[in-house]
Design a protein around this ligand. Structure first.
Ligand SMILES: [Zn+2]
Length: 288
C-alpha cells in the first residue's frame, strides 16, 4: 500500500504535468473503482484547468478553475503513468497490464493514466469549499509532514491516553497519514517502545516530555527522508526509462525480523509481534 511519502512523491511527479494545464479529454473505462465514479465525471472535468495540486494525508487534491476539487486516492495498488513514465514507486510491483488502466487524462500533449489492479483507489469530485466537511476529511488529524507536528502538539494529542504509542501514531484522527511502516521506523529512531502508553508524551502538568521532542523529530525525519528517496527514484526513473521496481528505501526495523538492531552500540535483535492486528517491528533492548 502506498504510504504518505509515496503519495507525496506521486504528487510531485504529477504536478509538472497537471499544474496550469487544461483537461482536454477524460476517459473513464469502468463505472467504479472502490466507489462509483461521480455522476458525469468525465464531462464535468473536461475543459477545466488544474490550478493547484495538493495533498492531505493520503488524498491528492487537484483544484479546478470552476471551484471544484478532484480528489484522488491510490488505495492499495493505484498508480499514475505519465506518457509511459510512472509517477511514484511502490512497495508492490506495479501492474503494466492495460486492462487495469481505468482513467485516462489528456492535458495538452500529456497523457496521464491511472492504473489500479485491486481497485481500492477512488476519485471524488466536489466543491472545494465543501472539502473540509466531507466525511473523509472532517476527522483527519494533523499533517505529519507540515509544521503542525511538534513535541507540544504530540503532548497535547496524546495526553492522558493509556493506549499504546504505536496505536496512537496510527490513529488517523490524531495524526493523518502515518502508516505501519513509518510508525515502526519513527519509534525505533526515537528509542521509544511501541507498547509504552501514549500519555507519557506529556508530563503531569501537560507539558511535552523530552521524549515527545525525540518522537516528533523522528517522525518528521523518517517521512522527509522517504519523500527525498522517492523524489530521487522519480528522477532516476524519468532519466533511465527503467522498469518500475519497489520503493528504493531501506528500513531500519520494518520487515527486518531477526536482523541485528542498527542502533549504534545496541546488541539487540529486531523482533516482530502482532499489535492491534498489525506487525510491529522493534528492538526490545534500545526501545524503552
Ligand atoms: Zn536496539
Amino acid at each position: 500500500m502506498p504510504e504518505l511519502p509515496e503519495v507525496e512523491t506521486v504528487r510531485r511527479g504529477l504536478a509538472p504535468a497537471m499544474l496550469g494545464q487544461r483537461l482536454d479529454e477524460v476517459e473513464v473505462r469502468r463505472p467504479d473503482l472502490r466507489f462509483a465514479f461521480p455522476q458525469n465525471f468525465a464531462r464535468r472535468l473536461t475543459g477545466r484547468t488544474v490550478t493547484s495540486l495538493g495533498r492531505r494525508a493520503k488524498y491528492l487534491v487537484a483544484d479546478l478553475d470552476d471551484g471544484e476539487a478532484l480528489v484522488m486516492h491510490l488505495g492499495m495498488s493505484g498508480s499514475f503513468r505519465i506518457k509511459g513514465e510512472v509517477a511514484g514507486r511502490f512497495h508492490h510491483a506495479r501492474s503494466r497490464l492495460s486492462a487495469h488502466d481505468h482513467v485516462v487524462f489528456r492535458l495538452g500533449g500529456t497523457t496521464i493514466t491511472y492504473n489500479d489492479p485491486r481497485r481500492f483507489g477512488f476519485m471524488l469530485l466536489l466543491p472545494r469549499a465543501e472539502l473540509a466537511d466531507h466525511p473523509f476529511f472532517a476527522h483527519l488529524g494533523l499533517e505529519p509532514l507540515g509544521n503542525e507536528l511538534s513535541a507540544a502538539s504530540l503532548a497535547g494529542l496524546f495526553r492522558g491516553k493509556a493506549t499504546s504509542l504505536k496505536a496512537a501514531l496510527l490513529d488517523q484522527r490524531l495524526i493523518a497519514g502515518i502508516g505501519n511502516i513509518y510508525a515502526c521506523e519513527a519509534l525505533h529512531r526515537s528509542g521509544l517502545s511501541p507498547f509504552r502508553a501514549a500519555g507519557t508524551m506529556a508530563t503531569k502538568s501537560g507539558k511535552p516530555a523530552v521524549r515527545a521532542e525525540r518522537l516528533a523529530q523522528a517522525v518528521r525525519a523518517v517521512l522527509t527522508e522517504a519523500v527525498a528517496a522517492g523524489g530521487s527514484s522519480l528522477r532516476d526513473h524519468a532519466q533511465t526509462n527503467g522498469e518500475l521496481g519497489y520503493f528504493q528505501h531501506t528500513f531500519r526495523v520494518y520487515d527486518r525480523e531477526h536482523a541485528a538492531c542498527p542502533t549504534p552500540g545496541c546488541r539487540g535483535t529486531v523482533k516482530r509481534v502482532a499489535q492491534n492486528g498489525r506487525s510491529t517491528f522493534f528492538c526490545p533492548v534500545c526501545q524503552t
